[in-house]
Design a protein around this ligand. Structure first.
Ligand code: NAG
Ligand code: NAG
Ligand code: NAG
Ligand code: NAG
Ligand code: NAG
Ligand code: NAG
Ligand code: NAG
Length: 925
């Protein structure tokens, strides 16, 4: 009885939960119905909310024939003035999103000109919205990687009519097919997303596409959209499921339809919004026709005038490794015109015409850095978040400035004027203003500001200061007198006390300090000086001193709160202190002085390597120890972060197969890391670099290097608590010492694995060719991602081939695919480095098979690094037995070039997704 009751309660509860789930918004979705007044769910199941957060502008109803979606019955419009009107949406940093703004004019203002205005994404001008038809919905979409917890979408610059907006939709992506090497500097502005062979004119979107992209039908009729279609173009479709996996590849419904060129070709022409320019373009293919065994479908991409692009041959079934499977070749960076004509042409030996299911073209939109003072002023608007003036949103200067701010016209503008007169401000004068070093005018008059006048000496350009009609107390700081450009200072009608600093009185400036009952003036310049009794001067000075101290403390406190420039130092300290709890304070990194380093490197005389984050110099310490000194490039925020990360990590890692970290130096704005010096350079150089011939590494030598590196990684994975994932293993990060023993270097990309959790999520980083495809897709980092990269290294050791190369034939894009093809068909000879003469085929097989397991697509199928190390050791004993000696044999093979520079690749993340632009082969993901 009781059990039944409990079950019933449980069932009811679950049912409630389910119902609730059905009504809830998709996680990561925001759908704003601009101008709407109540929330609702539409036919698709999307939950719309009114844009109540936008308190500016006006709402109105519109009615457009044949458009009955509720979100298109209202809109919000704004005055046609100099201001910008911004929506602020919350996002989760380091996630990718699609943002979509739509505009249905509906003749809301009965104006005889159509509106034309700009939309911006934060400081970046996104697009110009040009309305040319009252009943057509204009759509703008952008794909971006969030860096801040909020994004601002602003309307401004009404050239004609009034700016307006109908909907704003934010969709969070899951994985990372839009990941690209440019995304720190560029957004992807969506130009075309086409569903070929569509069975209706409506776009495919949510819920078919879990990310609610709009896959536009190829049968939509609009100006210059998919015209010049080749004769013999036929739509086809299937009901068979298509294997698209659950990341952002096109949804199954899109892939189930296609067009085929029965006469041997497909051709199209369309206008690409935003182009000409550089873009990201991918095509999506899946074989959905039943081909007879004698049939083949092979074709080439044709872009008139570009024969280079037409070289690769697509054979969907072969490329995708089966029917009903997706193959998605494309270009990460391709130059495209505004009017794009393209096609696909059957090869002469193909019996079937080309086929295409879908296509996506996005334009790279350069990100604006925003104004230089954005982070500073954010502290003020946050503090007064309920005031209207603080809600303008977006960047303070770009694309147009806030109504109470004026900015310089530099590419990265600075705030030159703040005008907050009569805004009912209370509390102290925000200390953030004292950090605006471009400030020329400051208007804070007619408020209720209290406390003292802050030290404004950092704002050296200040010309005009209005602080009159407030409740300010205390002394006037004498630093005001040292502002070189100060011409006007208004402080009348406050509660200031003490004396007006004589420096001010003697300055050529307009100064009004009347109405401060306790503030003593003095005569100016040529006038007789006032005689004041000694004791009162002493008292005043004491007050001044105390006020100044209090001021400093307050300013310092406030400055700490806003995370800004000093982040690194701060992190560094935090790491250092926290490490005393963990591994013992003894392991805190050694701090070199800059002069020590300068001495050791003879003033940075000999450069031995470089990378995107800095240059590596050779050095010798007083005690004779040779060092490698990496000076990080200073202006790189990424670099600074890597720096603190690396210092903290390195100081607690000691293993003979890991590059020894000796200390760091952070002085004079320089960030420097000091390592032991490795005489014989990188494994990469010995395998196929400049040292290849000189070196001629034997198989057993290669195995020993693999063993060393493997043990280093094993220590990172299992010997450190919490364990460490390297994230950027590659042959250029394996360094060799005088005795050709290997050490793993470059932990700049490492990240502490969270204790107990099986993965840590973080921005995908790594080097193409070595990058774990599962991590790439899911962004879920595990120690198996390192195993993948290590597998690639093993394959390089076997073959002497680079991870990515053009030697692998048309169907293989990387060493893993190429080796798999050969090894699985039993042809191991086909991949063995011709430079290797003596080896036991059994040990070769062992390593080849293990390497293939390391590069399995799924982490769970890969062995642990410890298993791999064991296999390598077995292979070494086989080789040693073959040699008839005791395994010591090649350990003696000291290399003659011991004295060379050892140009170690210290470039932390220099090759972050270093996709080679020169490779014109389409890159499939
Ligand atoms: C405003 O728009 C016009 C026309 O689209 C453009 O020429 C102008 O540069 C824009 N002004 C600003 C400040 O963005
Ligand atoms: C997002 O990714 C997770 C883990 O890979 C998966 O379980 C989930 O189904 C994905 N969601 C969508 C909407 O594809
Ligand atoms: C295309 O094929 C059809 C028959 O399938 C034929 O009638 C037509 O002439 C062909 N057109 C071209 C341009 O080859
Ligand atoms: C694309 O390639 C061009 C020319 O090679 C280069 O100038 C540009 O920076 C690359 N990336 C983007 C996002 O345009
Ligand atoms: C002071 O500000 C108030 C609004 O807070 C305004 O009404 C008043 O006119 C202002 N007075 C002067 C002298 O500017
Ligand atoms: C000024 O602020 C006070 C409270 O902070 C509020 O009660 C008052 O209405 C405000 N006055 C104006 C003119 O905004
Ligand atoms: C100083 O300010 C007071 C009050 O605002 C005003 O009455 C007076 O005229 C000003 N004096 C000068 C010299 O500008």
């Amino acid at each position: 009885m009781r059990a039944v009751e409990i079950l019933l309660v449980f069932l009811t509860f679950s049912a409630l939960l389910l119902m609730d789930g059905a009504r809830a918004q998709m996680p990561g979705f925001v759908s704003l119905d601009c101008g709407g007044d109540t929330g609702f769910a539409d036919d698709l199941g999307l939950v719309w909310t009114p844009d109540k957060q936008m308190t500016r502008g006006k709402t109105t109803k519109i009615s457009v024939p044949n458009e009955n979606k509720k979100q298109y019955t209202t809109l919000k419009y704004f005055p046609a003035d100099e201001n910008k009107y911004c929506y602020t949406l919350d996002v989760v940093p380091r996630n990718r999103y699609l943002i979509r703004a739509t505009f249905l004019y509906g003749n809301f203002d009965n104006n005889n000109v159509y509106p034309k205005f700009d939309i911006s994404f934060g400081p970046t001008r996104w697009a110009t919205i040009v309305i040319s038809d009252a009943s057509t919905i204009e759509v703008e979409e952008l794909i971006f990687l969030a860096t801040d917890p909020a994004v601002g979408i602003c309307l401004s610059n009404a050239t004609t009519g009034q700016p307006f907006i109908s909907t704003l939709e934010l969709r969070k992506f899951n994985g990372s097919i839009y990941l690209n090497q440019y995304e720190n500097q560029f957004f992807l502005s969506v130009s075309a997303r086409i569903n070929f062979g569509a069975d209706s004119v409506d776009p495919v979107r949510y819920p078919d596409d879990p990310f609610d992209r709009l896959w536009e039908s190829d049968s939509v009729k609009k100006a210059n959209y998919l015209v010049d279609v080749a004769h013999g173009t036929q739509k086809i479709s299937t009901r068979m499921p298509i294997d698209v996996s659950n990341d952002e590849r096109p949804p199954q419904k899109v892939m189930q339809t296609a067009v085929v060129g029965r006469n041997g070709s497909l051709t199209y022409r369309l206008n690409l919004n935003g182009f000409p320019g550089f873009g990201w373009a991918f095509s999506y293919f899946a074989e959905i026709e039943n081909l007879s065994p004698s049939d083949s479908r092979k074709f080439r991409f044709v872009l008139p005038g570009d024969t280079e692009l037409s070289k690769p041959v697509v054979n969907i079934q072969e490329n995708a490794q089966g029917k009903y499977r997706l193959y998605e070749p494309g270009y990460f960076n391709i130059s495209l015109p505004f009017v794009l004509s393209f096609g696909f042409q059957r090869t002469s030996d193909s019996t079937m015409g080309p086929l295409i299911n879908a296509m996506e073209i996005n334009k790279y939109l350069k990100k604006s850095d925003g104004s230089a003072d954005g982070a500073i002023i954010a502290g003020v608007t946050t503090a007064y978040s309920s005031a209207e003036w603080a809600k303008e949103g977006g960047d303070p200067c770009l694309p147009v400035a806030w109504s109470w701010v004026r900015c310089s016209s530099d590419p990265q503008p600075k705030i030159v004027s703040i005008k907050l007169s009569g805004k009912n401000l209370t509390g102290e004068i925000p200390s953030e203003f004292t950090n605006l070093d471009g400030l020329v005018e400051l208007w804070l008059d007619n408020n209720s500001l209290s406390g003292s006048v802050p030290d404004l000496s950092r704002c050296r350009n200040l010309k005009t200061i209005h602080l009159e009609d407030n409740l300010l107390t205390g002394e006037l700081p004498s630093s005001l007198a040292s502002l070189p450009n100060l011409r006007e200072l208004y402080i009348q009608n406050n509660k200031l006390s003490g004396r007006v600093p004589s420096g001010l009185l003697n300055k050529d400036l307009i100064l009004n300090y009347t109405g401060n009952v306790n503030l003593l003036g003095g005569s100016r310049r040529s006038h007789k000086t006032n005689v004041i009794v000694g004791s009162s001067v002493g008292a005043a000075a004491a007050v001044l001193l105390i006020t100044a101290i209090t001021c400093c403390v307050l300013i310092n406190k406030r400055n700490k709160k806003s995370p800004k420039r000093d982040q690194v130092r701060y992190d560094l300290a935090a790491h250092k202190f926290s490490s005393s709890g963990g591994d013992g304070a003894a392991e805190a990194a050694h701090c070199f002085t800059l002069s020590e380093i300068a001495d050791a490197t003879k003033n940075f005389e000999r450069q031995v390597g470089f990378g995107g984050f800095g240059v590596v110099y050779y050095g010798k310490l007083k005690d004779g120890k040779e060092i490698a000194v990496k000076v990080l490039t200073n202006d790189s925020f990424q670099g600074k972060r890597e720096f603190s990360n690396e210092v903290a990590l390195l100081s607690r890692i000691h293993h003979r197969n890991l590059l020894q970290f000796l200390g760091y130096c952070q002085e004079d704005g320089k960030n420097i890391l000091v390592y032991e010096f490795m005489h014989s350079g990188t494994l990469k150089e010995h395998l196929y670099g400049p040292l290849m011939h000189e070196s001629g590494m034997s198989w057993i030598k290669r195995l020993e290097i693999a063993e060393d590196a493997g043990k280093g990684i094993e220590y990172l994975h299992t010997g450190c608590v919490p364990s460490i994932i390297h994230r950027d293993l590659k042959t250029s990060n394996i360094l060799l010492d005088k005795n050709m023993r290997a050490k793993v270097s470059d932990f700049g990309l490492s990240k502490l694995a969270v204790d107990g959790a099986s993965h840590v999520s973080s921005m995908v980083r790594g080097t193409v060719g070595y990058l774990d495809p599962e991590y790439y897709i899911s962004q879920q980092l595990t120690d198996k991602s390192d195993v993948y990269s290590f597998g690639v290294i093993l394959l390089e050791l076997i073959s002497g081939q680079e991870a990515i190369s053009n030697n692998f034939g048309p169907n293989c894009r990387n060493i893993a695919q190429w080796a798999k093809l050969h090894i699985e068909s039993g042809d191991i000879q086909g991949i063995i480095d011709p430079a290797l003469r003596e080896y036991d085929i059994q040990s070769m097989w062992k390593i080849a098979e293990k390497a293939l397991m390391c590069v399995q697509p799924h982490g769970s199928m890969r062995p642990s690094i410890s298993e791999v190390v064991k296999e390598i050791q077995d292979a070494i004993s086989i080789e040693a037995a073959r040699d008839g000696s005791s395994g010591e044999v090649s350990r003696l093979s000291v290399h003659s070039s011991a004295n060379r520079a050892g140009s170690t690749d210290f470039g932390i993340g220099a090759h972050y997704l270093s996709i080679d632009d020169s490779v014109t082969q389409p890159t499939a993901r």
